[in-house]
Design a protein around this ligand. Structure first.
Ligand SMILES: Cc1ncc(COP(=O)(O)O)c(C=O)c1O
Length: 461
């Protein structure tokens, strides 16, 4: 009886912190009987409190297994729905390197069968290095997005010369003219005339050609791929599905002059449930709708089912990392709700830049004292001396244990694996966090926390 009571209580705290819920990507998170955060990887487990006690904060912990599982699952789900729907095109997943270029992220994705999408000459240079070291199978396919400098184009040509399938996506008329010399297949980017709910400001979209422009180009030499990327973290599934429908219409029109056009690249945009309390679409339902819609629309227009490429980045990378800080002090916020400021030993503007840039919402949980009875409504302040270095959950509050009742308090931000690393900066010359890798029950240090000498050096000292 007593045991039953205990387990009900235990689940109460799991529920409070929204842990153990596959549908919001917290399936692998749990709480130890001591009230510390636990992450499971198969039958391995990591006590996050023990890890931060050993390695200090600020710290990022990356779980490669999560990337592997998500890539494998994504490819398998697309293939399964393709089979169920009787869809006759193939599916290719391309991991967009811009989302997280750390070697520890890219290699597990490739190991599970991801192809790549690069956005710059420097990202492509890393692919070249891996090919030269014979680390990548030369069958790997590389989509080249973003504006193309001459350096970028010569690298594309060099790798094509070495036998790599490298597909440049034409962005504008200058690239269109330049790519007439390119011997391999090319893609073209269209800015679809569809509005979706997301942070992206459609009015000022400067990428690719308009629908009218792309059709007016008529025959495009070696055209194989019609590409679009309309936004990231698209809020509703219908937005992403509408894009598929519209792209098939454009594809059908373009095929009249370009019979070699056989692929639609649907770009990124699949969102992540950062906010664990809101309902959010699942990858499975989204994939099912995408395949069904593509088939239905192709059949209606009696056009060949195109191969499908997805460049979902955030979807794969975000849930694979957590970022941990220590609360170093408390101050009153003097707002109506009686919030406190909890000051952390890291910085939103430096380490989690989208907090500032996109008003990104995060799921925040304590790393210890997870079974605390008394809670405090808080706002979190970074330790740079900038008033924008804060996280207020959109002006509401974050619930955390009362600091006065704890010996020390650590907090974890979930889903920090996408975009934050490459955007990271050094406001007030704060050090970047330690990066740890948790795999097969072991912790490896991928990058040590920066020393004052290392930070100073980056600024010429
Ligand atoms: C061309 C392109 N593809 C894919 C992505 C990845 O988007 P997401 O992380 O939303 O999947 C981006 C992100 O900006 C992009 O610009």
């Amino acid at each position: 009886m007593a045991k039953k009571h205990h387990s009900r209580k235990k689940n109460g705290f799991r529920k409070l912190w929204q842990l153990g819920r596959e549908e919001v990507n917290t399936g692998q998170f749990d709480i130890t009987p001591e009230g510390t955060l636990l992450v499971r990887e198969g039958n391995y487990q990591y006590n996050i409190y023990d890890i931060v006690k050993k390695y200090g904060t600020s710290t990022e912990i990356f779980f490669p297994t999560i990337v592997e599982n998500r890539v494998r699952d994504l490819i398998e789900t697309f293939n399964a729905y393709i089979k169920i729907a009787g869809y006759r095109g193939k599916f290719y997943y391309h991991y967009p390197m811009k989302v997280n270029q750390n070697k520890e992220f890219v290699l597990p994705a490739v190991a599970e069968g991801a192809n790549l999408d690069v956005a710059s000459a420097n990202e492509l240079f890393l692919v070249k290095r891996m090919i030269e070291q014979e680390r990548f199978n030369s069958k790997i396919r590389v989509i080249c997005n973003g504006p193309k400098t001459e350096r970028y184009i010569s690298l594309i040509e060099e790798l094509r010369g070495k036998g790599l399938t490298v597909i440049p996506i034409i962005e504008d008329m200058v690239e269109y003219e330049r790519m007439k010399k390119f011997k391999g297949p090319v893609g073209i980017r269209v800015d679809l005339n569809v509005r979706v709910a997301s942070h992206w400001d459609k009015k000022f979209n400067r990428f690719g050609f308009t629908e009218e422009e792309v059709i007016a180009l008529g025959k495009i030499r070696n055209l194989s791929v019609l590409h679009y990327h309309i936004s990231s973290q698209v809020e509703h599934m219908t937005g992403l599905v509408q894009l598929v429908k519209r792209s098939v219409e454009i594809y059908a029109k373009m095929r009249e002059k370009n019979p070699g056009l056989d692929t639609i690249d649907i770009g990124g945009g699949a969102g992540v449930p950062y906010d664990k309390k809101k309902r959010f679409y699942t990858g499975k339902s989204l994939i099912s709708q995408i395949v069904k819609t593509a088939k239905k629309q192709c059949d209606k227009l009696t056009v060949r089912h195109p191969n499908l490429i997805a460049e979902w980045g955030r979807y794969v990378a975000a849930p694979s990392q957590i970022t941990i800080y220590k609360v170093i002090s408390e101050k009153q916020a003097y707002n109506k709700g009686g919030n406190s400021w909890y000051v952390i030993d890291g910085s939103f503007m430096n380490d989690l830049l989208d907090t500032w840039a996109l008003k990104q919402k995060w799921h925040v949980v304590p790393v210890n004292h997870m079974r605390a009875k008394k809670m405090q409504r808080v706002w979190l302040a970074g330790s740079s001396c900038d008033s924008d270095d804060k996280y207020t959950a959109g002006g509401g509050y974050i619930l955390l244990p009362k600091l006065a009742d704890t010996d020390e308090l650590y907090v974890a931000f979930l889903d920090t694996g996408a975009y934050q690393d490459a955007l990271a900066s050094h406001h007030c010359l704060l050090s970047s966090p330690t990066k740890l890798i948790a795999q097969n029950g072991e912790i490896k240090v991928a990058r040590k926390r920066e020393t004052p000498e290392e930070v100073g050096k980056q600024f010429g000292w």
